[in-house]
Design a protein around this ligand. Structure first.
Ligand SMILES: Cc1cc2nc3c(=O)[nH]c(=O)nc-3n(C[C@H](O)[C@H](O)[C@H](O)COP(=O)(O)OP(=O)(O)OC[C@H]3O[C@@H](n4cnc5c(N)ncnc54)[C@H](O)[C@@H]3O)c2cc1C
Length: 382
């Protein structure tokens, strides 16, 4: 039977040197950020901060220099990401493109697309959204119905994308559309496109979350013309491309650090001499966090070595998001603190934000049930 393999990874010295540089930068840049704002972390969107990250050379770090990248190792990139997330930095104005849209273009884009988009992404100037889910296609992504019909000069798009995070404040979106209907073969006839979100024919409507926040959207296309040169990769090869894109977003520190601000606040609240229950809880959460980090860095090292650790990456996402969801529950059970949204102490508000958002941690990027199905198949159990 297939099994998991997590080789321990020791980060190289240059990554640890970089860590200090990143910490010093963040200490200054985020000095005014309150814990409840830091808890938003990779939901946070701040173009000025993203440009500063770009100026530091911390966006598109691993990409070739000729496309504005810095040819640094993926383990150095890992350190930048883990430090920015642990500090609660607002990364999403650059990070979606850094994590997946940019690598997509590197892998499948034309030379012209790479030259046009990658340098601006690396400067932190371009924000990307992800246009995969549709009202009837989430887990079953291959059933997308938004049509991109070939016309003179491009493709005419009609349909609706949903849950498109930050589409209302982003510049572009990489979207999956159906360019051909192949009866009984839903994985065929799909294609990926770079879409300028300001194009005529696009209407972006807000969807408000449980806490009243607006980051989700419904993106409606009505006879929207997407030019030929915005097709990414080959017409009809979208499924193969999109599944490789999903692989970019499974096992990074974003899959176990979403509740870190609450752990930090718990430690602060417990003080220098915590009671026994608090000490045990903090010790247990810390042990879990360190183990998850070792699993996640092991996957990063396997990717660097050219292996394909998709099973291990899926396990990190499953166990990591379960941990992220457990933290607010454990803190509430330990201290009885009331979760609050717009009143109360910083601690109560940080807890309030995470209680409201934790359910989504195991949905975004593919649900827990679907992930477990992938793991079971990989182990030969189904
Ligand atoms: C915070 C957040 C941000 C998001 N941002 C984006 C974004 O920017 N762009 C984008 O395209 N999408 C985004 N999504 C959408 C996300 O990818 C989907 O919500 C997710 O893929 C699930 O799809 P669905 O909501 O249609 O649920 P469904 O697929 O309808 O699933 C409903 C339930 O059925 C279960 N289920 C479905 N199929 C199976 C199966 N085969 N076996 C077992 N159980 C199954 C699921 O686990 C789930 O519990 C985001 C979601 C969240 C929560």
């Amino acid at each position: 039977m297939a099994t998991f393999n997590f080789d321990l990874c020791v980060l190289p010295p240059e990554a640890e040197t970089l860590r200090e540089e990143v910490r010093d930068f963040l200490r200054v840049e985020l000095a005014q950020l309150r814990p409840e704002q830091r808890a938003r972390s990779w939901g946070g969107f701040n173009r000025e901060f993203s440009k500063k990250m770009g100026a530091k050379g911390w966006v598109g770090m691993t990409w070739p220099k000729k496309y504005g990248g810095h040819e640094r190792s993926s383990l150095e990139r890992y350190v930048v990401l883990e430090e920015t997330l642990a500090a609660g930095a607002p990364v999403s104005a650059h990070w979606v493109a850094d994590r997946q849209s940019g690598p997509m273009l590197l892998n499948f884009g034309t030379e012209e697309q790479r030259e046009r988009f990658l340098p601006r992404i690396a400067k932190g100037e371009l924000a990307f959204a992800i246009g995969m889910s549709e009202p009837d296609s989430g887990s079953d992504l291959a059933s997308v119905r938004t049509r991109a019909e070939k016309v003179s000069g491009g493709y005419k798009v009609n349909g609706t994308k949903i849950w498109t995070s930050n589409a209302h404040i982003s510049d572009y979106c990489i979207a999956l559309f159906r360019t051909k209907v192949v009866p009984d073969k839903k994985h065929e006839g799909l294609s990926q496109f770079l879409v300028d979100l300001k194009s005529p024919g696009i209407t972006i409507r807000p969807i408000y979350d449980l806490a009243g926040g607006h980051h989700f959207n419904e993106v409606h296309f009505e006879d929207c013309l997407v030019p030929d040169d915005m097709l990414v990769g080959k017409d009809g090869e979208g499924w193969k491309q999109v599944t490789s894109e999903l692989g970019f977003e499974r096992s990074g520190p974003e899959r176990y650090l979403s509740s870190i601000q609450l752990i930090i606040e718990l430690i602060r609240e417990a003080g220098k001499e915590p009671g026994e229950r608090a000490a045990v809880t903090i010790g247990r959460l810390t042990a879990h966090l360190i183990t998850l980090r070792q699993m996640s860095t092991a996957v990063a090292a396997m990717l660097l070595a050219g292996k394909n650790p998709y099973l291990e990456a899926s396990v990190v996402k499953d166990v990591g998001t379960s941990f992220e969801q457990e933290v607010p529950e454990v803190v509430h059970a330990l201290l009885g603190t009331e979760p609050r949204l717009n009143s109360g102490t910083q601690f109560e508000r940080t807890l309030g934000y995470l209680v409201e958002h934790a359910p989504s941690f195991s949905l975004r990027g593919g649900t827990r049930e679907v992930l477990r199905g992938i793991i079971a198949r990989g182990l030969g159990l189904r």
